[in-house]
Design a binder for this molecule. Structure first.
Ligand code: MG
Ligand code: MG
Length: 258
């Protein structure tokens, strides 16, 4: 069952994602060597509550925090801790909010200070693979068209795409149908219609594609200990082109000033 949103509902989802976009930009101000991921979590929670919303992940399936903070070889679902970020790390920050009953969910992988050239390139390719996926989120296309575009771009850089974790529909619930894999074949999967709102979220590894689940029950890491990057947008499928509800514009402004 694919739930199609009305124009009014898409506008509400836009507001939720605008708040996530602004929260991630607030986080961008604080990501630097010497800062703990728990500190980032506190900043995010205050910012979200100050804007009349509640954290979307906290308490979801028992998740303890406002943010998922996944450092270096952690792919996703890491939780904030007293880990102190250090020069050369990367940290994927995944943020959820609920505003007026509607979820927002987006992620950005931040460099901590100066990072190695090969890791910088991994971030660039992962973000570019997301943009390639977005281009396919058009009415009449199939989910597999997005999956194929993401995979093709990521693999063209020599990287691998995580199979176990996928994007998803979003709305009043954080995770709705359909699943949006980051790998697949063109012309397969559910057909998209105007009003379908989905999160596209490539998780791309520098080394092998395989993952391991940590004993904390949440954190998923790369099997070979090499870094992984993660970027996530929510988009509303439309007739001519996708209506992107997330923006990295505010984050880019912060990062380019540093
Ligand atoms: Mg998501
Ligand atoms: Mg997310």
């Amino acid at each position: 069952m694919l739930y199609l949103k009305t124009d009014e509902e898409v506008e509400l989802l836009r507001q939720s994602h605008l708040l996530v976009s602004r929260t991630l930009a607030e986080i961008a101000l604080y990501v630097k060597p010497g800062v703990t991921t728990l500190f980032l979590d506190k900043i995010a929670e205050s910012f979200i509550r100050d804007h009349g919303a509640v954290p979307g992940f906290k308490g979801y399936a028992g998740f303890p925090s406002t943010l998922c903070t996944s450092v270096n070889d952690a792919i996703v679902h890491g939780f904030p801790s007293d880990y102190v970020l250090k020069e050369g790390d990367i940290v994927s920050v995944d943020c959820g909010v609920v505003l007026n009953g509607w979820n927002g969910d987006s992620a950005f992988t931040f460099p901590v200070g100066e990072i190695k050239e090969d890791v910088r390139r991994l971030l660039d390719y992962t973000r570019a693979s997301l943009e390639e996926g977005v281009k396919e989120a058009v009415a009449g296309n199939r989910i597999g068209d997005i999956s194929h575009a993401v995979q093709t771009k990521a693999e063209s850089g020599g990287y691998t795409v995580v199979r176990e974790l996928v994007g998803h529909g979003i709305g009043r619930k954080l995770h709705e149908q359909p699943e949006v894999p980051n790998y697949g074949k063109k012309g397969t999967g559910p057909k998209m219609k105007k009003g379908l709102v989905i999160c596209i979220e490539p998780m791309v590894n520098l080394g092998k594609k395989e993952t391991v689940q940590m004993r904390d029950g949440w954190t998923v890491k790369t099997i070979d200990g090499k870094p992984s990057a993660h970027f996530e947008y929510a988009v509303a499928v439309d007739k001519e082109k996708a209506d992107v509800l997330t923006t990295f514009e505010f984050i880019d402004k912060v990062l380019n000033k540093m």
